[in-house]
Structure formats: structure tokens, C-alpha cells
Design a protein around this ligand. Structure first.
Ligand SMILES: Cc1cc2nc3c(=O)[nH]c(=O)nc-3n(C[C@H](O)[C@H](O)[C@H](O)COP(=O)(O)OP(=O)(O)OC[C@H]3O[C@@H](n4cnc5c(N)ncnc54)[C@H](O)[C@@H]3O)c2cc1C
Ligand code: FES
Length: 250
């Protein structure tokens, strides 16, 4: 565990903040860290920057992260997990809600390597859209909102369908609500795809079994899974375990 000091707090949307810390983490795009908030909890967070996490305020621990100020201290462990394979050339990235946070470093790295990159971002409303401006520096950005307040009026999967029809990518990377990822896997057909999954995590490195998903642990074997692996995971898009190990249906 390393104790790091918060160096910057960025308000991204009404409910999402980026917390940057002084010590960058050497990681592969798609990896995550376990963040310890003293006296509260330890929770998994994708590295949206080498030195930062982007956090949706959904409960006790994330609310405590939102209350951090410059100079506050948190503990971090990791990086954990496998990360994305970025070896192909033409990419389509699909982020739903905070899912784009897990894809952000991949977008940055692909752009630095001169790869062809289209990015589809979905959110409920225009004010919930995350990283729209940041992503424009890395590739062609397409947006969808449920209420039509920005970009396509409807699901991001409808944008994905159009983008695939216009030009088939070699590889799709997706992160977001699991029903969205199931739909994107369906649209991908024979196109290679990698999806980043979320499951309840306690240890973060393959010991406790709380993130078990089919025959895989999401923390160690994932969080990124290929289309072939997803086809073997019966729970994908159907259910996940809560903190007590009980199934929760999507
Ligand atoms: C690999 C991975 C990467 C993630 N990256 C991000 C990210 O970049 N940004 C972001 O906002 N969120 C991310 N999450 C989700 C984040 O971990 C949860 O939102 C957070 O743990 C909620 O904690 P809470 O105490 O605020 O909420 P709670 O009220 O405790 O829970 C709210 C929801 O979060 C889930 N959750 C709670 N604790 C955990 C835990 N230890 N492990 C997994 N899920 C949990 C609960 O099952 C519930 O669905 C990621 C999750 C995983 C597994
Ligand atoms: S979180 Fe313990 S095995 Fe994955």
C-alpha cells in the first residue's frame, strides 16, 4: 500500500470528479487500483490517468472520495488486472457512463501510437457526458444521450451500429453498463472485441473469490475479457454477486 497525497480535484460532471495524486502509477491502459479511504472502505477504481481516478459518487466510499481536497491522503494498491491488448490498428472505443474512464488511457496511448481511433460515448444527458473534450484530442468522437440533449438521441449502441456499418474496425474496446456491453458484443459479430467488466472486489488480486465470474476472477484474469472469453461466461449480462456473494440480476 502506498499513501499518496491528492494534488488536484477536477469537477467533470455534476456527479463525477477526477482525483489526481502526486505519485503516478506505472500501468497498462485498462488496469485498476484498489483505493483505501481510511476508516471507510477499500474499493476498485480504473486509472483514468497515470496519476488519477475518475469517480462517480454512488455510495459511502465514493462520496468520501468526492469530499477529498488537495493535500488529503488516500492509500492505493496496484496496479491490478490485465489491461487492454492494443496491438491492432483500427479501433472503435465504446464508453457508457463512467465506462469511458477505463478506456481513457487506452485512447491516449492509441493516439500517441498513431492508430486509427473512433470513440463513442453515451450518457443520460449532455451534462452527464464524461471526457468528451479530452477524447477529441485522441480521435473522432461520437456522442449519444438518452434524452437527445447532445449528439444522437438514444442509446450509444445505435451509434456503434452506424459506425461499424460505415467502416469495420479491427478491434472494439467497450466499458459501461453490462447490458450495453452485451449489445455491443452482439453488434461486433466477427469483429474482435475486449470488454472491461466490474464485479464486487475485496482483495483485488485473485485470493478471496468475491469477483468470480464464471471460471474467471475479474480482478486477476480481467477486468478485460475478449469476446471468446465472454462467450464462456454464463453470468455476462445476466447477474453479478453483491458484497455477501448473493446474485444480483442486471
Ligand atoms: C475494476 C473496476 C474498476 C472500476 N472503475 C471505476 C471508475 O473508474 N469510476 C467509478 O466511478 N467506479 C468504478 N468502479 C466501480 C466502483 O468500484 C464502485 O462504484 C464503488 O466501489 C462504490 O462504492 P461505494 O461505497 O461508494 O458505494 P456502495 O453503496 O457500497 O455501492 C454502490 C455500487 O458499487 C458496487 N461496489 C461497492 N463496493 C464495491 C467493491 N469493493 N468492488 C466492486 N464494486 C463495488 C456495489 O456492488 C453497488 O453496485 C470500478 C469497479 C471495478 C470492479
Ligand atoms: S477481488 Fe478477491 S479474488 Fe478478485
Amino acid at each position: 500500500m502506498q499513501i499518496v497525497q491528492v494534488s488536484e480535484v477536477i469537477n467533470e460532471t455534476n456527479n463525477i470528479k477526477t482525483i489526481k495524486f502526486k505519485l503516478p502509477v506505472e500501468s497498462k491502459p485498462g488496469q485498476f487500483i484498489m483505493v483505501w479511504i481510511p476508516g471507510i472502505d477499500e474499493i476498485p477504481m480504473s486509472l483514468s490517468y497515470s496519476d488519477g481516478i475518475t469517480v462517480d459518487n454512488v455510495g459511502e466510499a465514493t462520496q468520501a472520495i468526492h469530499a477529498l481536497e488537495i493535500g488529503s491522503q488516500i492509500g492505493i494498491k496496484g496496479p491490478y488486472g490485465n489491461g487492454f491488448d492494443l496491438s491492432e490498428n483500427n479501433f472503435l472505443l465504446v464508453g457508457g457512463g463512467t465506462g469511458i474512464a477505463a478506456l481513457a488511457q487506452a485512447a491516449e496511448k492509441l493516439s500517441q501510437s498513431g492508430k486509427n481511433l473512433r470513440i463513442a460515448i453515451g450518457a443520460r444527458t449532455a451534462s452527464d457526458l464524461l471526457f468528451q473534450e479530452r477524447m477529441k484530442a485522441f480521435g473522432e468522437v461520437h456522442v449519444a444521450t438518452d434524452d437527445g440533449s447532445s449528439g444522437h438521441h438514444g442509446f450509444v449502441t445505435q451509434v456503434v451500429e452506424k459506425l461499424i456499418a460505415e467502416k469495420k474496425p479491427d478491434m472494439i474496446l467497450a466499458c459501461g453498463p453490462e447490458p450495453m456491453m452485451v449489445a455491443v458484443v452482439g453488434l461486433a459479430g466477427d469483429i474482435s472485441i475486449q470488454c472491461s467488466l466490474e464485479r464486487y472486489m475485496k482483495c483485488g488480486f485473485g485470493i478471496c473469490g468475491s469477483c468470480q465470474c464464471g471460471k474467471y476472477t475479474v480482478c486477476k484474469d480481467g477486468p478485460v475479457f475478449s469476446g471468446q472469453q465472454l462467450a464462456e461466461i454464463e453470468d455476462f449480462g445476466k447477474w453479478k454477486r453483491d458484497a455477501a456473494g448473493k446474485p444480483v440480476w442486471f
